[in-house]
Design a protein around this ligand. Structure first.
Ligand SMILES: NC(=O)c1ccc[n+]([C@@H]2O[C@H](COP(=O)([O-])OP(=O)(O)OC[C@H]3O[C@@H](n4cnc5c(N)ncnc54)[C@H](OP(=O)(O)O)[C@@H]3O)[C@@H](O)[C@H]2O)c1
Length: 260
């Protein structure tokens, strides 16, 4: 690769933290970051899953698994203090861990609201705030620290399949992204959101099994997302190439919501 491309899109010398980085979309981003040279920390509740992903990615670079339950303020604070105790810098924070719940209007359970709002919105605020001193320490005006929130196209349109709390939580996350971008620009921290369309993951397994063929016919680019599609947008936002962007919401959906 040319020096120009390495300067533009490479992450050598940076440390990135990806919540939910052991599988699915977080794992796709982790692979892109490790291959681009970032020291990459992946965290979720299932340590064995993170450990396996880190081992798989170790042939490309450094990936460190951490066990963390981020669905509460205490969990977010404990994770932040673990990183600090381990002497880790944080140049990039990807708030990717998320939960969904699908059910009909009549049967939608109250507990789905707590689950989706806590992890998809509140935890993003708590973890970002807890890591703000670390992001500030890693940032310069020329090369800001980055927060990348993984939203969803379901927070942008009326979802095809019923998932009331999830859609509302993702719309809230998109708005929180703009609010935090406004607050943190003065600290040289950018905050952007990516809104994925359908990508293969545990969360999407049953939807794709049941409705995959129908979904693909609705996507103008004619396929579901691939690992590189997600790694590409995250690399852009984390690298020199994305340094002058904040408060943006970027749909990565093959045109599913952007053309309708
Ligand atoms: N796949 C898609 O098509 C799609 C589309 C739009 C948006 N998204 C968004 O992409 C993100 C990743 O989802 P995914 O599709 O990759 O689904 P996934 O495979 O189910 O991944 C969810 C991740 O979140 C972690 N997580 C869940 N609860 C957690 C907790 N309490 N503390 C820490 N980590 C927790 C999970 O790990 P543990 O279970 O080990 O904790 C897992 O790594 C989510 O925010 C989702 O809303 C996905």
């Amino acid at each position: 690769m040319s020096d120009y491309l390495i300067d533009m899109f490479g992450l050598r010398g940076k440390t990135a933290v990806i919540t939910g980085g052991g599988q699915g979309i977080g794992r796709m981003i982790a692979e892109g970051f490790v291959r681009a040279g970032a020291r990459t920390i992946i965290a979720s509740r299932k340590f064995d899953v993170c450990e396996q992903a880190a081992a798989d990615l170790s042939s490309f670079g450094t990936c460190i698994p951490v066990q963390a339950d981020l669905a509460s303020t205490e969990g977010c604070l404990a994770f932040a203090s673990h990183l600090r105790g381990a002497g880790e810098a944080v140049h990039v924070l990807v708030n990717n861990a998320g939960a969904t719940w699908g059910a009909s209007y009549a049967e939608y359970p109250a507990h789905a609201w707590n689950r989706c709002m806590e992890l998809n919105v509140h935890a993003v605020f708590e973890l970002t705030r807890a890591l703000t001193p670390d992001l500030v320490a890693a940032a310069t005006a020329e090369d800001p620290a980055r927060v990348i929130n993984i939203g969803s196209i379901d927070g942008m349109h009326v979802p095809i399949y019923e998932n009331y709390a999830y859609a509302a939580s993702k719309a809230a996350l998109h708005h929180l992204t703009s609010v935090l971008a406004g607050r943190l620009a003065v600290d040289n921290i950018t905050v952007n959101a990516v809104a994925p369309g359908p990508f293969e993951s545990k969360m999407m397994r049953s939807t794709l099994e049941e409705h995959g063929a129908d979904l693909v016919t609705r996507i103008p680019l004619g396929r579901i997302g691939r690992s590189d599609d997600m790694a590409g947008i995250a690399l852009f936002l984390a690298s020199r190439a994305g340094a002058y962007l904040t408060g943006a919401l970027i749909p990565v959906d093959g045109g599913l919501v952007t053309t309708r």
